[in-house]
Design a protein. Structure first.
Length: 243
């Protein structure tokens, strides 16, 4: 994994969702919830803002939640042969016409996304006035944009790993879990690109990193910005992930 050579101007967007659920499709028939949104979900969120079919720009992701729980969710499967169509979101109460399952969810979800370069500027502009409602996963999981500010990403050999999503091999933090998640999904939803990522449930501090940047205050802003004044993001490790 090569070391980036040049600093990159970027925008950091912070989002908050009261409730969200990211089902792991690698466990069919079981409602297993991922601990953070997959990159494909984040790209769908950005595409809703810009109104494009997809957003494939490189981006950095960090995410965590304050809690979790399990809810009962009602499914109304539609017959493949069209014999039992849905009306107002419901199907007739026939055998197999309704299923209740436990659905794990996350509470108070925090998501930060770094958007580099000219495409990042374009997406940041769209986030100020999104084309479609912003949701994080399911249609009912509305997400709120809380912060949007310019930053600078500097090539780094050490940085604060925190809850950043890293490619496999991006660091050697022992507390990290390897999650196989969707990097992107085609517009017709027939093709999914899967990638292994590293993510830490308990955020480690400053560690050696590979192929990463660290966030600093953007050139032209006050360099005396402290981690506390910037919400704790100064020195944060950022991996720019491609779909």
């Amino acid at each position: 994994m090569g070391m980036p050579n040049e600093p990159v101007p970027a925008w950091r967007a912070e989002f908050y969702a009261p409730v969200a659920s990211f089902r792991d499709p690698l466990f069919p028939g079981v409602s297993r919830c991922l601990p953070l949104p997959p990159p494909s979900t984040v790209r769908g969120l950005l595409a809703a803002a810009t109104g494009r079919p997809a957003e494939d720009l490189p981006l950095g992701i960090a995410a965590w939640s304050e809690g979790s729980g399990v809810d009962a969710e009602t499914f109304h499967p539609i017959a493949a042969d069209g014999s039992n169509p849905a009306v107002a979101g419901r199907v007739r109460a026939v055998k197999g016409g309704m299923t209740i399952r436990d659905r794990p969810f996350l509470a108070d979800v925090h998501l930060s996304v770094w958007l580099p370069g000219a495409d990042g500027e374009r997406v940041a502009t769209a986030l100020r006035r999104p084309r479609w409602p912003l949701r994080l996963g399911r249609s009912q999981d509305i997400v709120h944009l809380t912060t949007l500010r310019p930053v600078e990403l500097m090539p780094a050999a050490e940085a604060v790993v925190g809850h950043a999503l890293a490619p496999r091999g991006g660091h050697d933090v022992g507390e990290a879990f390897c999650h196989r998640m969707a990097a992107s999904i085609s517009a017709d939803r027939l093709t999914t690109a899967w990638t292994d990522y590293l993510w830490c449930d308990v955020p480690p501090g400053r560690r050696p990193v590979r192929g990463a940047f660290r966030q600093t205050t953007q050139a032209g802003q006050a360099r005396q910005t402290t981690r506390a004044a910037d919400g704790g993001w100064e020195g944060q490790a950022v991996w720019l992930l491609s779909p």
